[in-house]
Design a protein around this ligand. Structure first.
Ligand code: ADP
Length: 319
């Protein structure tokens, strides 16, 4: 099938073996591969799609382990570079009592931040039918320039651009800088997915409503999605908007739900972009995407929980 290229960071999350404790109190940590763009690529591949990850890892055991995980899952690793000096990024993740996650990052700098425009695999990037990215790769140079060049090359070659800002405030010098940089590439993307929290942050509105979402609309945009966790998602196109409710599940770990949602959506759009203009078909695609998100919350961890197509179909039938 046509190729989805996902650009950005891949790292290792260290997750406490018991939940509800501070980092200092945690008795131990389990390592879990993470990084939203990498999760999206794996989500696509699990569903039977054709995906590649573009980014930089450390030339260390963690970096090679992560590349191995991509490969085992059927994601092309032809766009991966290894930095000979810097290490693979790490994040220590705490789950607060209210279920929200807090991150402490080790990136000083990490390999992903050092990707240069010169080392991009442009041949791979130009073969993408969909090019997907976040905003963490915009935070510092030289990765920021590499991100902009990759986006430009994909666009010129005719790819659909897909953007999930995936806000991680602790990584930015200030909230104002985060907002400014995230918005600096806003009007390039044709598909944008934000979470409810990101909608509030980007618009400054304390309401998650149509007016707030539509204030993010731009003329090149074809599809805007706002994910609402256990409430599902809202969708906006030039001609219509609405909501598709979530599946009712007992969530144990929501890590990666948004990435599963995006991977599912892109795996459908890459085969036939016209679903965006056809509301009944788009609603079917979003139901499928909601199902992928929901399934991901039932199991611990992001990547181990990403479903195959037959798992999604069985889940939807049983729901
Ligand atoms: P993000 O991970 O980007 O914050 P969400 O948490 O909103 O995104 O999750 C993405 C999608 O996954 C939602 O739109 C929904 O379809 C599904 N999902 C997430 N959490 C739940 C939940 N608790 N119950 C059912 N579905 C969920």
């Amino acid at each position: 099938g046509p190729l989805i290229v996902s650009f950005g960071e891949m790292l290792i999350d260290f997750v406490p073996t018991v939940s509800g404790v501070s980092l200092a109190e945690a008795p131990g940590f389990l390592k879990a591969p993470g990084g939203a763009p990498a999760n999206v690529a794996i989500a696509v591949a699990r569903l039977g799609g054709h995906a590649a990850f573009v980014g930089k890892l450390g030339d260390d055991e963690f970096g090679h382990m992560l590349a191995g995980i991509l490969g085992e899952n059927g994601v092309s690793t032809k766009g991966i570079n290894f930095d000979l000096g810097a290490r693979t990024a790490l994040a220590f993740v705490t789950l607060r009592a209210d279920g929200e996650r807090e991150f402490m990052f080790y990136r000083n700098p990490s390999a992903d931040m050092l990707l240069t425009p010169e080392e991009l695999n442009l041949e791979l990037i130009r073969s993408a039918k969909v090019f997907h990215y976040g905003s963490i790769s915009l935070i510092v140079e030289p990765c920021r320039s590499a991100h902009l060049k990759a986006m430009e090359a994909a666009k010129e070659a005719g790819a659909l651009l897909s953007y999930d800002p995936n806000l991680r405030l602790p990584l930015w010098p200030s909230p104002a800088e985060a907002r400014e940089q995230i918005m600096s590439i806003w009007d390039k993307a044709e598909v944008i997915k934000v979470s409810d929290n990101e909608l509030e942050f980007l618009t400054g509105s304390d309401k998650i409503d149509d007016a707030a979402a539509l204030s993010l609309w731009h003329p090149n945009l074809k599809l805007l999605l706002v994910t609402l966790g256990e409430k599902g998602c809202r969708y906006y196109t030039k001609n219509f908007h609405g909501q598709v409710d979530a599946f009712n599940v007992k969530a144990v770990d929501t890590t990666g739900a948004g990435d599963a949602f995006v991977g599912a959506l892109l795996s459908k759009i890459v085969d036939d972009q016209s679903v965006i203009e056809d509301e009944p078909r788009l609603r079917e695609v979003l139901k499928f995407s909601n199902a992928c998100g929901a399934i991901t919350t039932i199991k611990k961890g992001a990547i181990p929980a990403l479903p195959t197509t037959s798992e999604v179909l069985t889940f939807v039938k049983g729901a």
